[in-house]
Design a protein around this ligand. Structure first.
Ligand SMILES: *Cc1c(COP(=O)(O)O)cnc(C)c1O
Length: 380
């Protein structure tokens, strides 16, 4: 039996077999059982979810929709038309996907062959490295500055202009094809300034600009730049600002030359009808979504002030719906576990560039108060 297993396992792609094992996050219900707390008592500030959930129109639209037994429109025409109007971009520059995560993977599959390279700017969202690796590419890390997480524009220019690049594992990779940028960046919350973006857009590389949190910033989205840049793809999502993380709906605004190729790769039914219906209802409730985004921004600024006054925390300013903090005077893991025992979940990091850091998602004011009550208890 074991030998049969081993023989079959040899059929796997070798690069997949060699990947690190997958570690799932603990679902909410499992966690509440483990902590012996009612799910309603848990303050979940670990995944940048929207504490207000979807707007009420979403539940109404889902209840009213009568065609769940019919396959979705493979082109998501209604949703994309509404999106085009909202964003002020051409409808045929938009591709809708099963969360932003799907378009990131699709872009890797469309551009990357084994041995190709991408440029990644850590510390950042983990999916760029994951998707590039799973598609056989080498990941060239150009680290952000340690004090304010600004991207190293000169370092990126070097990595892209060099002819052939030695990858970290000793292999030689080709010229990078994709450059992943995030603005505001997750987990640091900082904005990518216009001058940096302009210099990077001048490079001979596809720039994938992930704007999952742009609605929480004081700046405008860059979707309007796509029209004039054949190498810019802007990725957006309904998960954070519209509170639809569990329904999975994202999209990309892409240069028109790329669209036919993306359509070839896209699974026809990648976006389910519930996600489409919910997305449309959200777009039609723009003012309510904007109102909630404003509440979250205001709460972020209040929370930032309060965290700054906490003796063992050093928060970084944020343009997003989360705040990254350096933990001083105690191990960050211990702080995370203390908070968890009181039912307050935050994201803890121990990876390079994020040593002794936690990331706190911005919740409702009452959730911040629960967090702060625990923090004050530790202080004394
Ligand atoms: C949350 C997040 C996403 C994922 O969005 P989904 O639409 O839920 O897949 C993409 N990019 C960044 C930077 C994120 O933090």
């Amino acid at each position: 039996m074991m030998r049969e297993e081993a023989r079959m396992a040899e059929l796997l792609r070798q690069d997949v077999a060699a990947l690190d094992p997958y570690t799932p996050i603990q679902p909410f219900e499992v966690l509440s059982k483990r902590l012996g707390l009612d799910p309603a008592q848990i303050v979940k500030l670990d995944a940048n979810e929207n504490p207000y959930g979807p707007v009420p129109a979403v539940a109404e639209a889902l209840a009213e929709y009568g065609y769940y037994h019919i396959y979705p429109d493979p082109e998501q025409s209604e949703l994309r038309t509404e999106l085009a109007e909202t964003l002020g971009v051409a409808v045929d520059s938009i591709l809708a996907t099963h969360g932003a995560d799907e378009i990131l993977d699709t872009l890797c599959r469309v551009f990357l062959e084994p041995g190709d390279a991408v440029v990644n700017c850590p510390p950042t969202f983990g999916m760029y490295r994951f998707d590039a690796t799973i598609n056989g590419a080498q990941v060239l890390d150009v680290w952000r500055s340690a004090d304010d997480f600004a991207v190293d524009v000169g370092g990126i220019v070097d990595a892209i202009e060099r002819d052939r690049v030695a990858a970290p594992n000793g292999a030689v990779a080709g010229k990078p094809k994709l450059l992943f940028l995030t603005s505001p960046n997750n987990p640091s919350g900082n904005w990518l300034p216009d001058d940096a973006l302009a210099r990077l857009l001048a490079l001979p590389v596809m720039v994938v600009l992930d704007e999952a949190y742009v609605e929480f910033s004081d700046y405008e989205s860059r979707v309007g730049l796509v029209e004039d840049h054949e190498n810019l793809i802007v990725v957006r999502t309904f998960s954070k600002v519209a509170g639809l993380a569990g329904l999975r709906l994202g999209y990309a605004v892409c240069p028109q030359w790329l669209m036919p190729h993306l359509w070839k790769f896209k699974q026809p039914y990648n976006v389910n009808v519930a996600a489409s219906v919910a997305g449309l209802a959200s777009l039609r409730s723009r003012s309510e979504i904007d109102r909630r985004a404003k509440l979250i921004r205001e709460e972020r600024d209040r929370l930032y002030g309060l965290l700054s006054e906490t003796p063992f925390l050093e928060p970084w300013p944020s343009e997003a719906n989360f705040i990254l903090c350096k933990v001083t005077g105690m191990p960050a893991r211990e702080l995370k576990e203390t908070l968890e025992r009181s039912g307050v979940m935050v994201r803890y990091y121990s990876s390079a560039g994020l040593e002794e850091c936690i990331r706190i998602s911005v919740g409702r004011p009452d959730q911040s108060d629960r967090l702060l009550a625990v923090l004050h208890g530790i202080g004394r």
